[in-house]
Design a protein around this ligand. Structure first.
Ligand code: IPM
Ligand code: MG
Length: 359
């Protein structure tokens, strides 16, 4: 029997609650579809930092390397550790494991509502492919004479040909796959080359080069500011959006509102070549205000776990889990607080597993 070894990093805040539900969903799929899940939990969070002076052990990446995948709940507790320190390992894993695709589906499921009136299950169904290893997150720069009147800071963005090309190519391949499933077959380039005259002009050039190799896929481009406007006013015009690291970060928070809120926004940090483990995580943060109360919506994490199954090639299990989520949402009997209901995290997770079981 195929066994998948998964490293769970529950993290801070609501992380442990949602990571548990993700794990239970994976285990339920394993039982039904005859594979095994072997999980190991790593308590690398802000409390670990307070005890050890670091967010994860020095050989953390080596430890994770031997797993088939990583599941991350959420990290961050600024009262204990400043965010730019606590989030170091997240970025180190993305970069160190060459997880150059951050795949973030923006899809509204039946039974969910959004404050954006244009958003319906018919209009909101696209995917953001975010560059995840370089761009504006290069960590190059410095703070000079911070307390002097002449003090300044620099932060460099790095756009390499290899880095741009591989993620843009991934977006076109994805659009081709989606087209075969009935989507429109379009990649939209999220850019800002009217102002960023080196990095984004270079990015656009590579986008055009790659696009030429996909004559069957439509391509267009939107400046990121206009793109946010269209995401709200005309979400149905999008199929696959490819974006740099920072722009992808920003537009996927907006996307989460279209799909019904952070409670539904899932993500996968993929190393498509599978040379390293990929990492799956909900987009939401640690939500400290509701942590430990059993009220967080676990669907973003269950969806992220489902993306893990897709990555493993467990297509049948992934489809079944989606159908279970869809059934629970469409029936509307179990609704967490963010959905205007009063069901708990556990009740939502259990309802999805029961629907899966009953299929
Ligand atoms: C995300 C988050 C992270 C990012 C933060 C926590 C560093 O916002 O995954 O979207 O900017 O990538
Ligand atoms: Mg973000």
């Amino acid at each position: 029997m195929k066994t998948y070894r998964i490293a769970f990093i529950p993290g801070d805040g609501v992380g442990p609650e949602v990571a548990l539900e993700a794990r239970l969903a994976l285990e339920a799929c394993a039982r039904k579809f005859s594979f095994a899940v072997e999980g190991e939990t790593f308590g690398w969070n802000c409390d670990y930092y307070l005890a050890h002076g670091r967010m994860m052990p020095e050989d953390g990446l080596e430890v994770l390397r031997s797993f088939d995948a990583v599941f991350l709940g959420s990290v961050g507790d600024p009262a204990k550790v400043p965010d730019h320190i606590s989030l170091g390992p997240l970025l180190a894993i993305r970069q160190g494991f060459c997880q150059y695709v951050n795949l973030r589906p923006i899809r509204m499921l039946e039974g969910v509502s959004s404050p954006v009136t244009t958003a319906t299950p018919q209009t909101v169904d696209f995917v953001v492919v975010r560059e995840n290893t370089e761009g504006e997150y290069s960590h190059l720069g410095g703070i000079f004479s911070p307390d002097e009147p002449h003090g300044f800071a620099t932060q460099m963005a790095v756009f390499s040909r290899k880095g741009c090309e591989r993620v843009i190519r991934y977006a076109f391949e994805l659009a081709r796959k989606r087209k075969a499933q009935g989507h429109m077959g379009r990649v939209t380039n999220c850019t800002k080359s009217n102002a960023l005259n080196y990095s984004m002009v270079f990015w656009d050039k590579i986008f055009r080069e790659v696009a030429l190799q996909y004559p069957d896929i439509e391509n267009d481009y939107l400046l990121v500011d206009a793109l946010t406007m269209f995401m709200v006013s005309k979400p149905q015009r999008f199929d696959v959006i490819v974006a740099s690291n920072l722009f992808g970060d920003i537009i996927t928070d907006l996307g989460s509102v279209l799909q019904g809120g952070m409670g539904f926004a899932a993500g996968a940090n993929l190393n498509p070549e599978k040379e390293f483990p990929s990492m799956f995580e909900p987009i939401h943060g640690s939500a400290l205000d509701i942590a430990g109360k059993g009220v967080v919506n676990p669907l973003a994490s269950i969806e992220s776990a489902r993306m893990m199954l897709e990555h493993f090639g467990e297509e049948e299990a992934a489809r079944a889990l989606l159908a279970a989520e869809q059934e629970v949402l469409a029936k509307g009997m179990v609704r967490t607080r963010d959905m205007g209901g009063s069901s708990s995290t556990q009740e939502m997770g259990a309802a999805v597993r029961a629907a899966l079981q009953a299929q």
